[in-house]
Design a protein around this ligand. Structure first.
Ligand SMILES: NC(=O)c1ccc[n+]([C@@H]2O[C@H](COP(=O)([O-])OP(=O)(O)OC[C@H]3O[C@@H](n4cnc5c(N)ncnc54)[C@H](O)[C@@H]3O)[C@@H](O)[C@H]2O)c1
Length: 482
C-alpha cells in the first residue's frame, strides 16, 4: 500500500473524532463510533495529546485515499462485486475477486458466462493484465488495504426477515485478514443498523482491532441498473458512509478513485436506509400501477393510454409502467427488509410497504386467473391448454431471472396442468424454472398454434404485431409496449 493512501499517519488525537466534529457531521444523532483510548489529554479541550506512530491507530488526519495503489479484495463476484472489482482493477488497484462459487470464478477467468452489461473485453483485459484475479481460495483475500463485501442478502424462506448469513461469512473472512489501517466497505443491501450490529462485531472479534480507531468501516450501497447505458457504475453518484469521520473520509477517498461523484452520508444507518428507500420506492409504485392496470382492464379502459397520458405532466409525476410484478432480488429483498425494520424494530408496521409487497405477491395468482378465464371463455380448460409465455427475465433487455415474476408465473402454470412454453432470447439456463417448461423461439406460427399468449417482458426483438395476430387468448402484461 502506498503510504499516501492507507498507511496510518501519526495522529495527534487517539479519539476518532472530537464530539464537535461528529455533531457537525451527524446533526441530531448520537455517535456510536466515537471511541477514546487511554492517553494524555489536553485539559481544556479534552482531546488526546498522545502522539501515536506506526499503523496501529488511524485517525482523522489519515483521511482520504488519493491514488488507486494497493490491494483490494472484493468478496462476492456477482453482479455487484464484479463491477467494483473490474473498475478497481482498471484504475490501478490490485484486485482479488473472491467468490465461494468455483464455477463463477472459472467463468470470470475465462471471461464467459452471465455478464449482464459487462463488456467481456474489459474483463479479459484486466484478467490477462494481471490486475484482477478471480479466486475461490479464501486465503487470497489476505493482504488487502480495502475489502468490499458484495455478497447476497436474501430474505428467509418465509420471505419475512433478512438473511444475513452470507454477510456474516464475508465479515468473518475479512476480519481474519484485517490489518490496521485497512478499510472495509459493505456494499450488500442491508437493513439499517446491520453494518454496526452485524459486520462490525465480527470484524473486531476476528481481527482484535477496533473499527473507527484501528481500521475503517462503512457502508456504500450499490446502485446498478443492469442494461442502463446512460447511468453506469462510473457516473452514478455513489453514497458513502463511515462509522467515524475518518472512516467516512477513507471510504470517500477509495470510491473517488472509482466513480465520478461520491456523496457523503453523515451516518451509516442513513446510508443503509437510503438504499432500501430507493428500491422500495419502485416496489410501491409497481404495485400501485399494477393494481390500477388490473382495475382498468376489468372496466375495459386502456391502461397503457391512461399511463402514457399521465406521463405527459412535466412536474409532480414520475411515470411507472404496469407489468407482471416487481422483480430482481434486490428490489423485493430491500422492500422486505424495510417492512421488517418497521415491524420488528420501529414497532410501527409500514403499511404502504407491506400492502405493496402483498399486492405484488398476488400478481402471479391474478395472472393465472386471467389466463384461466380467457381460455374458459373460448370453451377451453387451462389444464392441458398450451400457453406461450413471452419473456422470462425480470425486465426487458437483461438475462437476470432472480425473483422474476415471469418465472413465478411459468412455474405456477405448470402446477395447473397447462403445457407451458417460454420464449426469451436473453435468458440462458434458468435454474429457478420448472423443468416442465419448454424453452421455445417466439414466432407468429407458434403463437397461432397455442391457446394463450402472454407478454411478460417487452424485450426488443419480440414482433408483437405478429405474435398478437392469433386466435389464442392474448394477455398483455406490458400494455405500454409497442
Ligand atoms: N444486482 C443488482 O442489481 C444489485 C443492485 C444493488 C445492490 N445489490 C445488492 O448487492 C448484493 C450482491 O448482489 P448481487 O446482485 O451481486 O448478487 P449475486 O447473486 O449476483 O452475486 C453474489 C455472489 O456472492 C457469492 N457469495 C455468496 N456468499 C459468499 C461468501 N460468503 N463469500 C464470497 N462469495 C459469496 C455468490 O456465489 C455470488 O456469486 C446484495 O445484497 C444485493 O441485494 C444488487
Amino acid at each position: 500500500m502506498h503510504p499516501e493512501n492507507l498507511q496510518a499517519q501519526p495522529v495527534e488525537c487517539c479519539a476518532v473524532d472530537s464530539p464537535g466534529d461528529v455533531e457537525a457531521l451527524s446533526p441530531g444523532r448520537g455517535y456510536a463510533g466515537s471511541v477514546r483510548v487511554p492517553g494524555r489529554h489536553c485539559p481544556s479541550t479534552g482531546k488526546c495529546l498522545q502522539r501515536r506512530t506506526g499503523s496501529a491507530v488511524i485517525g482523522k488526519s489519515m483521511s482520504s485515499i488519493k491514488t488507486p495503489r494497493g490491494n483490494v479484495a472484493v468478496i462476492g463476484q456477482g453482479h455487484v462485486g464484479l463491477r467494483v472489482a473490474l473498475r478497481a482493477a482498471e484504475v490501478g488497484w490490485q484486485v482479488a475477486g473472491y467468490d465461494v462459487d468455483e464455477g463463477r470464478v472459472k467463468e470470470l477467468r475465462a471471461a464467459s458466462g452471465s455478464m449482464d452489461g459487462i463488456d467481456r473485453e474489459r474483463l479479459r483485459g484486466v484478467v490477462e493484465g494481471g490486475s484482477y484475479m478471480p479466486t475461490a481460495r479464501a486465503a487470497d483475500v489476505a493482504g488487502f488495504d480495502v475489502a468490499v463485501i458484495a455478497v447476497p442478502t436474501p430474505v428467509d424462506a418465509g420471505a419475512i426477515r433478512p438473511d444475513m448469513s452470507h454477510v456474516e461469512d464475508a465479515a468473518r473472512l475479512a476480519g481474519a485478514h484485517l490489518r490496521a489501517g485497512a478499510v472495509v466497505s459493505v456494499e450488500s443491501t442491508v437493513y439499517p443498523g446491520a453494518t454496526e450490529e452485524v459486520v462490525r462485531p465480527l470484524l473486531e472479534a476476528a481481527s482484535g482491532l477496533a473499527a473507527g480507531t484501528d481500521f475503517h468501516l462503512g457502508h456504500s450501497p450499490e446502485r446498478i441498473d443492469t442494461g442502463n447505458s446512460v447511468y453506469t457504475f462510473e457516473n452514478t453518484p455513489k453514497l458513502v458512509s463511515g462509522v467515524s469521520a475518518g472512516s467516512l473520509e477513507a471510504l470517500a477517498g477509495f470510491y473517488s478513485t472509482l466513480v465520478e461523484s461520491v456523496v457523503k452520508v453523515p451516518g451509516v444507518a442513513e446510508a443503509e436506509l437510503a438504499k432500501i428507500i430507493e428500491n422500495t420506492f419502485r416496489e410501491v409504485n409497481v404495485a400501485f400501477v399494477n393494481e390500477i392496470a388490473a382495475a382498468a382492464a376489468a372496466l375495459g379502459i386502456d391502461a397503457g393510454e391512461a399511463f402514457a397520458a399521465a406521463a405527459t405532466k412535466p412536474f409532480g409525476f414520475l411515470p411507472f409502467t404496469p407489468g407482471p410484478g416487481a422483480g430482481g432480488h434486490c428490489l423485493v429483498g430491500a422492500a422486505t427488509y424495510l417492512a421488517w425494520m418497521g415491524r420488528e424494530r420501529a414497532g410501527s408496521p409500514l403499511q404502504v410497504v407491506e400492502a405493496s409487497l402483498a399486492a405484488n405477491r398476488r400478481m402471479t395468482a391474478g395472472m393465472v386467473q386471467r389466463i384461466h378465464e380467457g381460455i374458459r371463455l373460448r370453451g377451453g380448460d387451462l389444464a392441458g391448454s398450451r400457453v406461450l409465455l413471452l419473456g422470462l427475465a425480470y425486465k426487458a433487455g437483461v438475462s437476470q431471472t432472480e425473483s422474476s415474476p415471469a418465472v413465478a408465473l411459468a412455474n405456477a402454470l405448470v402446477e395447473t396442468g397447462a403445457e407451458v412454453m417460454a420464449a426469451d432470447p436473453y435468458v440462458g439456463e434458468c435454474r429457478e424454472l420448472s423443468p416442465a417448461v419448454a424453452r421455445v423461439e417466439a414466432s407468429g406460427a407458434l403463437a397461432r398454434q397455442v391457446d394463450a399468449v402472454v407478454l411478460l417482458v417487452d424485450h426488443p426483438g419480440f414482433d408483437l404485431r405478429e405474435l398478437f395476430d392469433t386466435p389464442a387468448f392474448v394477455l398483455n402484461m406490458r400494455p405500454t409496449a409497442s
